[in-house]
Design a protein around this ligand. Structure first.
Ligand SMILES: *Cc1c(COP(=O)(O)O)cnc(C)c1O
Length: 426
């Protein structure tokens, strides 16, 4: 569809026919009825298309996945029950025991644990690189058994902006795809396929849902990566015994990767979202461009306000001129980055605590990226177990505050932040 993204957010994925429901129906059904066992058998052999069990496919989930695929400019997508499941499947679909992945070190803490602890137990090795690594440094991280490069377009919580073209070109030179987590910018602000990324993942829990109601995830396939260019991806290019010897690249072409994710990983691992959660996600998607625009406007004003208050040592908001990542963000997310900012408050941990406790609108919560403004002090919460040195190593000082700016009226927010900043310096 050639529409602009705001229109796609409303129209894509579901087109009711004459007399059908105008809003996407919730198909709250586990199973689907067929008139003959022959027909049903063909579905199990992937010889014909159709629904037979919601763990694999469900019409509500599929409509929402199709909308997200269209927003990203991909050929296909699958919803998962969480962002974590999306990250896991996106890598596990093409890597197994004995394989190796190059990953940016600036990734969500949950993803880091998934890779560095849990997936290592499955025999998959990871090398973590700086998101600002040079081409030489990136090249040096590859091994003969490397199967993918993984990174976040705008990292949570460090807010590092990825040079997508650089990471994509190095990955491609080594014959492997670039997988990026595009949760923070959303396709409204950044479409990584336009810069060479091959697979996109999302935690839809954040801006896409937008109201902190439903945990969910999504994987989108650009359809651009040629899995047959080398022998690194036998799971896609050689017969799958669990489907009577189907070869995904031969049977499904550009849809090989996403089809395998659905019919093999989702079949076997089953991290399927409830159709009702997909329905809620779809409501969120309808207003995503409006909300993201306001989040970015509010965050920029809040970042400038904090910078000019004299109460901060450093403000990190890549959407603000002079901030780290601003130049890269201008290229990859010219309309805005996200609503998340971080800053170091003058007066250390004490001031941080006073600031947090003085806020009235902004809530203390571990969530980010929904309609309500919320605030987190990583050193005393998410990173509480780390020693002073470990905190320094991962760039989290004890005066660092992360603020996820919501869509309340900016004047109310600035008043709240201003009062709390004043209280923090007493
Ligand atoms: C929250 C988050 C995740 C994990 O998603 P869940 O939906 O919480 O499982 C992954 N990546 C990023 C960038 C996130 O912010």
């Amino acid at each position: 569809m050639g529409y602009r993204i705001n229109t796609k957010c409303i129209l894509s994925g579901y087109s009711p026919k004459n007399g059908e429901p105008r809003q996407l129906p919730v198909y709250q059904s586990t199973t689907y009825k067929y008139d003959s066992s022959v027909e049903m058998g063909k579905l199990f052999d992937l010889e014909s298309e159709g629904y037979f069990y919601t763990r694999l496919q469900n019409p509500t989930n599929d409509a929402v996945a199709a909308k997200i695929a269209d927003l990203e400019g991909g050929v296909g997508a699958i919803l998962t029950s969480s962002g974590q499941a999306a990250s896991f499947y996106s890598v596990f679909n093409i890597a197994g025991a004995g394989d190796h992945i190059v990953s940016s070190a600036a990734i969500y803490g949950g993803t880091y644990n998934l890779f560095n602890v849990t997936m290592r137990k499955l025999g998959i090795d990871f090398t973590f690189v700086s998101p600002h690594a040079s081409e030489e440094e990136l090249n040096a991280a590859f091994k003969p058994n490397t199967k993918a490069v993984f990174a976040e377009t705008l990292s949570n919580p460090a807010l590092e902006v990825l040079d997508i073209e650089k990471f994509a070109s190095v990955a491609h030179a080594h014959g492997v795809p670039l997988i990026v987590d595009n949760t923070f910018p959303t396709p409204v602000n950044c479409r990584p396929f336009e810069f060479g990324a091959d697979i996109v993942t999302h935690s839809t829990t954040k801006y896409m849902d937008g109201h902190a109601t439903s945990v969910g995830g999504c994987i989108v396939d650009s359809g651009n990566f040629d899995w047959t260019q080398n022998d690194k991806f036998p799971g896609l290019t050689t017969p799958d015994d669990s489907y009577h010897g189907i070869t995904y690249t031969e049977r499904f072409g550009k849809l090989a990767y996403i089809t395998k994710t659905t019919v093999q990983l989702m079949r076997d691992l089953g991290s399927v979202p409830s159709p009702f959660n997909a329905f809620l996600l779809n409501l969120g998607l309808e207003t995503l461009p409006l909300r993201v625009e306001r989040h970015c406007q509010n965050a920029l004003k809040a970042a400038e306000f904090i910078r000019d208050s004299g109460c901060a040592i450093e403000v990190n908001y890549p959407g603000m001129e002079g901030s780290r990542g601003y130049e890269t963000a201008k290229k990859y997310m010219p309309n805005g980055t996200s609503g998340v900012i971080s800053f170091r408050i003058k007066g250390g941990r004490d001031a941080a605590t006073k600031f947090m406790d003085s806020l009235k609108i902004a809530e203390i919560a571990t969530h980010v990226a929904d309609a309500r403004t919320c605030c987190l002090h990583p050193a005393s919460t998410t990173h509480r177990q780390l020693t002073a040195q470990e905190l320094i190593d991962c760039g989290i000082s004890d005066d660092l505050i992360r603020l996820s700016v919501g869509i309340e009226h900016i004047d109310d927010l600035l008043e709240d932040i201003g009062n709390a900043l004043e209280a923090s310096q007493k």
